[in-house]
Design a binder for this molecule. Structure first.
Ligand code: ATP
Length: 250
C-alpha cells in the first residue's frame, strides 16, 4: 500500500494487539489496549503498581482470557490458542517473582524450559544459556531454591530462552534486586535482543526500562495513556513527575 507522504511503510509488527480488554470476574482491569512490537525491538510497558501490566502479559500468553480484542503474532491470529501453542509459535513469558522450581537443580530447571522441543539442540542451547549467565554454569548442580534473587532471575530468563522464543515477555525482571544486580539484568536483556530475540518488557523501574527500550507504552488504570520512543516517553513531563521523579527533568 502506498503512503501519501512518501515515507516507507513501517515493517509489519511481530506482535499486534488491538483493543484488548481483560476482566477478573466483574472487575475490568485492562481496557481497550492496543500496542505493537516489531521484530528486533525492545518495547517497554511501564506503569504504577496495579495498572494492569501483568494482566496484559498474562492475556498475551493465554493465562487469562480476554473479554475483547485481537492479538496477532507473525500476522496470524494468536488469541484463542492454548498456552502451549503460543509457546510453540515462539512466545515465552518470564513471570513476575522468578518462578523457578526450588527443589530441582539449575540444569533441570533449564531442561524444563525445553519441554516442548523435540530437536537435538537442547544440550547446545544449555551451553548458550551458560555462556550468557556464567553464574548459572557455576551453580549448575545447585537447587534453584538455594540461589540468590539475582541468580533465580537469571535462571527464570534462561529457562524461558530454552523454548527458543522469538518474542520474550519479561514481567518485572528487576523486582526486589539490588541495584548492582539490576544493572546486570538490564545488560543481559540488551544481550538477548542483540542475539536476535525481540522483547516486551514490563517494568516499574521506569528509568532503566526507558533507557533500554526502542519504544514504550505507559499504562494507567488499565489504559494506554502515552506511547513513543523510549526517549520521548522518558522526557514526557507527566512521566517524569509520576515515574522518574521530577528532579531528573532535564
Ligand atoms: P504489579 O506491578 O503490582 O504486578 P500490574 O500493573 O502488573 O501491577 P496487575 O497485576 O495486572 O497490575 O493487576 C491489575 C489489577 O487487577 C489490580 O487491581 C489487581 O489487584 C487485579 N488483579 C490481578 N490479578 C487478579 C486476579 N487473579 N484476580 C482478581 N484481581 C486481580
Amino acid at each position: 500500500m502506498k503512503r501519501g507522504d512518501g515515507e516507507a511503510a513501517p515493517p509489519a509488527a511481530m506482535l499486534s494487539v488491538q483493543g484488548l480488554s481483560v476482566a477478573y470476574g466483574a472487575l475490568a482491569v485492562v481496557h481497550d489496549v492496543s500496542l505493537a512490537v516489531r521484530e528486533g525491538e525492545i518495547v517497554a510497558l511501564i506503569g504504577a503498581n496495579g495498572a494492569g501490566k501483568t494482566t496484559v502479559l498474562s492475556a498475551l500468553m493465554g493465562l487469562v482470557p480476554a473479554t475483547a480484542g485481537r492479538i496477532a503474532f507473525d500476522g496470524a491470529r494468536f488469541d484463542g490458542l492454548a498456552v502451549e501453542r503460543r509457546v510453540a509459535r515462539g512466545v515465552s513469558l518470564v513471570q513476575e517473582g522468578r518462578q523457578t522450581v526450588p527443589n530441582l537443580s539449575v540444569a533441570e530447571n533449564l531442561r524444563i524450559g525445553a519441554y516442548l522441543r523435540r530437536d537435538a539442540q537442547v544440550g547446545a542451547d544449555i551451553e548458550r544459556i551458560y555462556a550468557l549467565f556464567p553464574r548459572l554454569r557455576e551453580r549448575e548442580k545447585q537447587l534453584a531454591g538455594l540461589l540468590s534473587g539475582g541468580e533465580q532471575q537469571m535462571l527464570a530468563i534462561g529457562r524461558a530462552l530454552m523454548a527458543r522464543p522469538r518474542l520474550l515477555l519479561l514481567d518485572e525482571p528487576s523486582m526486589g534486586l539490588a541495584p548492582r544486580i539490576i544493572a546486570s539484568i538490564f545488560d543481559i536483556i540488551a544481550d538477548i535482543r542483540s542475539a536476535g530475540t525481540t522483547i516486551l518488557l514490563v517494568e516499574q523501574n521506569a528509568r532503566e526500562a526507558l533507557a533500554l527500550a526502542d519504544r514504550a507504552y505507559v499504562l494507567e488504570h488499565g489504559r494506554i495513556v502515552l506511547a513513543g520512543t523510549g526517549a520521548q516517553v522518558a522526557s514526557d513531563p507527566a512521566v517524569l513527575a509520576a515515574y522518574l521523579g521530577g528532579r531528573h527533568a532535564a
